[in-house]
Structure formats: structure tokens, C-alpha cells
Design a protein around this ligand. Structure first.
Ligand code: UD1
Ligand code: CA
Length: 451
């Protein structure tokens, strides 16, 4: 059986009080709607259809070919939103799942269970409900004496008796496709001038057809996001799920309450994460690393057995056995090969540090290529910017840069050379020579006999 899925995401989400469309607000480092698209894609092999309206172009930009789009120009209700998808989906599937783009905690397994239920249902609709003490404005599920669903009544239209019902509509439905498309046009217009999808239940009942409803096992999945207060609640729930998944996969998280791992991150076995650490989307971390405390890693690749302590690592790459921090800052294009050591108060940008480079204290390395086993003395700076242009510094292998050396780029330091403490190096340095002073001049060749 083919199952089409429709995600409703055309509404602005007024209560977010935002310039940004509600379903594009970030959650676990990805747009809210991304989470639903992931789950729906796991539950059905058909490409999901997203009903877009407000900021439709932004949604298209983010999701590209991952989903199909249907435009709802005017938001005339959830039923009207589904009507917009009819031309595209009619005749293409046996079942149609409809859900909301602002329910990011819903799991694929739950959607799958609903699909199975509808496969076994002679009637045209199966739906999921939640039993909760706080109705949060949800529609009430009205059942008859036999326990069958008779209607969904929106909160604004409820009688006092109906308001007391604690079974709520979460807006996850599975319809028999032919019946849905044949009856969608029968939705009456509401007092508010909208077409409510919830009316499909009443339409089925008028035809004497049964509607099945299942109470969701984990009520948290039914959490809808309408305000930024709900967004923070959803964020906490997503974070908890992600942390639990990593712990079960073999990662030690010392304090899950203060560990912030985005979706789309990967972490290897026996890595330990200390508190107050942020690992953002697109980051991969290998095995046996120690990360944090007080660390932010963004869009970076980290190998095995690395140690990152109180550092900010942005769009950088660390190979294996690299240790950095405390108080280190790696910026875009920093690439540290095996066994590099970077101590406190360093910054590296757009530079390659070959295996075994040591940079212990207070240095800035930008637009540089540093050879194997180079020692960068405390306070060394690549002066890569002349006020107009950036220039490159090349340091060949086994160079010893004395403390507080200023490397005025463009510059090349030959293999095995040394600079004296406080040198301001403005000209290329020959391999094997020692330069000192301001501006630096050759003092002599490196004495290799005693070494
Ligand atoms: C809807 C249900 C309600 C249920 C609740 C669960 C209806 C009439 N009511 O109410 O029974 O308890 O969800 O969250 O269906 N949307 C569109 N186009 C529209 C209108 C809405 O795409 O024309 C999208 C919105 O982007 C939003 C979602 O559908 O994400 C829900 O719409 P909303 O109007 O907020 O319905 P609820 O009041 O939440
Ligand atoms: Ca809503």
C-alpha cells in the first residue's frame, strides 16, 4: 500500500511573535519542520508533501528536492490546506497521512502505528489522540457510548461539558485516500470562515462510517509548538532524546542537563563529554576523545583521541591525538594534523599545521602552512594582514620560532631555521639559518654538530 504524507506548514505562527516562519525556528540546531520531515520520511517511502504559504520561498530554499510543495495562498484552515494538495496527490496513493509542521517531537514509529491501524480499518479515518490535563487549546475528541469517535470539537465551539473532555486531537490522521478526496469538498465553512479538517470526522459519521482513534503512548510526542515558551520545552525534550541516544551508543555524557548536542552530529565510542559543551550540527567526533568542559564545536571534524578543553572550534578539522586548550579558538579552515598540541590562548585560522607541531601559548596563526614538528614559541604572531590584503606564511619542517616572533607575511621560513626571541621577521629566512632582531637579520647558521 502506498502512503502519501501531507505536512501543514502554511500558517505564520502569529504567537511566536517573530519575523521568522514558525516551522523554520531552530530546534536541536535544525529547523523545526526538518524534524517532522525526517520522521515522516522514515514512516513512508513516498516523498512528503509540504503545504506552504507564508515565507514559502524560504521553506523551498531549505528543503529543496527533499519534499514536494503545494502552495496555499490564503490560509483558510487545515481542511483548506489539504484541499490544495488534492490535484497533486489524488490517485497516487492508497492512504494519506496528514500532520502538522509544528509537532516536531512526533516519532516515525507512531506514524507507522497509525498507518498500520488504518490498513486494518474498514472505515475511512484513523487518528491519534492524547489524554492530558492541560488542553492547551486543542480540539476535544467526543466519543459515543460505544467508545467510537463521533466528532472533534474545536475549543472555541465546545459546550461546558465538552470542555471538560481530556482526550485531545493531536492532528495526526491517516485517511483512506479515495474517500478523503471524494469528501474533502463537503467540509462546511466555520463561523470563523475557515475549513476545518476536523470536520472529516463528522462527515464520516454522517455516512455511518466508523472513525478509529488511538491514544498516543508518550504524550510528549504530541507537544505542539505555538509560542517560544513551547519552543524551549521542545528544545529540552529534543536535547534529552539526543543525549540519551548518544549515551546508549557508548558516549559518556557527564551531565546531560548541560550538554547541548544538535541533530546531525556524530560521536564515536568511549568519547567523554564534560558539562557546558555545545556540539553543533554538521560536527563529527571520533572515538576516545575528551570534549569540554565549556566548549563549543561548530561544523567541525574531530578525529580519534583528541582532547578539547574550554575551546571554541568553528569549521575546523582535527586529525588524531590532537589536544587543544584551555582557551583556544579554531576558526574556519584550521586544520591540525596528528599529534598537534595547541595550548592556551591561541587562535588559528585558515592554516594547516602538520603532524607534531607545538604551539603552547598565546599565538595567532592565520593563512599559514606549518611543517612537521615546528615549535611555535609563546606569543608568536603571523602578521597576515597589511590593512588591505591577506598574505600567506610558510614555515617548513623542524623550524624553531622563538618567543614573541612577529612573522610579517608574505613570508617563508626554510626547514630547520630558528628565529630569536622578539624577532620581527620581514624577509624570507634560508633553511638552517638563525635570524634575530628588528627587523630580523641572519646571525649565523644553526650549529648542528652539538645536536
Ligand atoms: C488544529 C486542530 C485541533 C488540534 C490541533 C493540534 C483544526 C481545525 N484544529 O488546531 O483540533 O487539536 O490542531 O495542534 O484542524 N495550517 C495551514 N493552513 C491553514 C491553517 C493551518 O497550513 O490554512 C497549518 C498551520 O501552519 C499550523 C497547523 O496547520 O502548523 C495547525 O493550524 P492551526 O490553525 O494552528 O490549528 P490549531 O488551532 O492548532
Ligand atoms: Ca497550532
Amino acid at each position: 500500500m502506498k502512503t502519501a504524507t501531507i505536512l501543514l506548514a502554511a500558517g505564520k505562527g502569529t504567537r511566536m511573535n517573530s519575523k521568522v516562519l514558525k516551522v523554520l525556528h531552530p530546534l536541536g540546531g535544525k529547523p523545526m519542520l526538518w524534524h517532522s520531515v525526517q520522521q515522516v520520511s522514515k514512516a513512508s517511502s513516498e516523498k512528503p508533501t509540504v503545504v506552504v504559504g507564508y515565507q514559502a520561498e524560504k521553506v523551498r530554499e531549505i528543503f529543496g528536492e527533499q519534499v514536494n510543495y503545494v502552495l496555499q495562498e490564503e490560509q483558510l484552515g487545515t481542511g483548506h490546506a489539504v484541499m490544495q494538495a488534492q490535484a497533486q496527490l489524488e490517485g497516487k496513493a492508497d492512504l494519506v497521512v496528514v500532520l502538522l509542521g509544528d509537532m516536531p517531537l512526533l516519532r516515525a514509529e507512531t506514524i507507522g502505528r497509525l498507518i498500520e491501524r488504518q490498513q486494518a480499518n474498514d472505515g475511512p479515518i484513523s487518528m491519534m489522540t492524547v489524554v492530558a490535563d492541560d488542553p492547551r487549546g486543542f480540539g476535544r475528541v467526543v466519543r459515543n457510548q460505544a467508545g467510537e469517535v463521533d466528532a472533534i470539537v474545536e475549543e472555541a465551539d465546545c459546550t461546558a461539558e465538552q470542555l471538560a473532555i481530556n482526550e485531545l486531537n493531536i492532528s495526526l490522521y491517516c485517511f483512506q485516500a479515495d474517500w478523503l478526496w471524494a469528501n474533502l469538498a463537503n467540509i462546511p465553512i466555520s463561523a470563523k470562515g475557515e475549513y476545518y479538517l476536523t470536520e472529516m470526522v463528522a462527515i464520516a459519521r454522517q455516512q455511518g462510517l466508523p472513525v478509529q482513534a488511538e491514544v498516543i503512548e508518550d504524550p510528549q510526542e504530541a507537544m505542539g509548538v505555538n509560542t517560544r515558551v513551547h519552543l524551549a520545552e521542545a528544545e529540552a525534550a529534543v536535547r534529552k532524546r539526543i543525549n540519551q541516544a548518544w549515551m546508549l551508543a557508548g558516549v559518556t555524557v557527564i551531565d546531560p542537563d548541560t550538554t547541548y548536542i544538535d541533530a546531525e552530529v556524530s560521536i564515536g565510542q568511549d568519547t567523554t563529554i564534560y558539562p557546558n559543551t555545545y556540539i553543533e550540527a554538521g560536527t563529527t567526533i571520533g572515538e576516545d576523545c575528551v570534549i569540554g568542559p565549556n566548549t563549543l564545536i561548530r561544523g567541525s571534524q574531530i578525529g580519534d583521541r583528541c582532547q578539547i578543553f574550554s575551546a571554541v572550534v568553528e569549521f575546523a578539522m582535527l586529525e588524531n591525538n590532537v589536544d587543544i586548550g584551555p582557551f583556544a579558538h579554531l576558526r574556519k579552515g584550521a586544520h591540525l594534523a596528528d599529534d598537534v598540541h595547541m595550548g592556551n590562548f591561541g587562535e588559528i585560522k585558515n592554516s594547516y599545521l602538520a603532524p607534531g607541531v607545538k604551539m603552547g601559548h598565546f599565538s595567532y596563526i592565520g593563512d599559514a602552512q606549518i611543517g612537521e614538528n615546528v615549535n611555535i614559541g609563546a606569543g608568536t604572531i603571523t602578521c597576515n594582514y597589511d590593512g588591505k590584503h591577506k598574505h600567506k606564511t610558510i614555515i617548513e619542517r623542524d623550524v624553531f620560532i622563538g618567543s614573541d616572533t612577529m612573522l610579517v607575511a608574505p613570508l617563508k621560513i626554510g626547514a630547520g631555521a630558528r628565529t630569536g626571541a622578539g624577532a620581527v621577521v620581514t624577509k624570507d629566512v634560508e633553511s638552517g639559518s638563525i635570524v634575530v632582531g628588528v627587523p630580523a637579520k641572519k646571525l649565523k647558521d644553526v650549529d648542528t654538530e652539538g645536536e
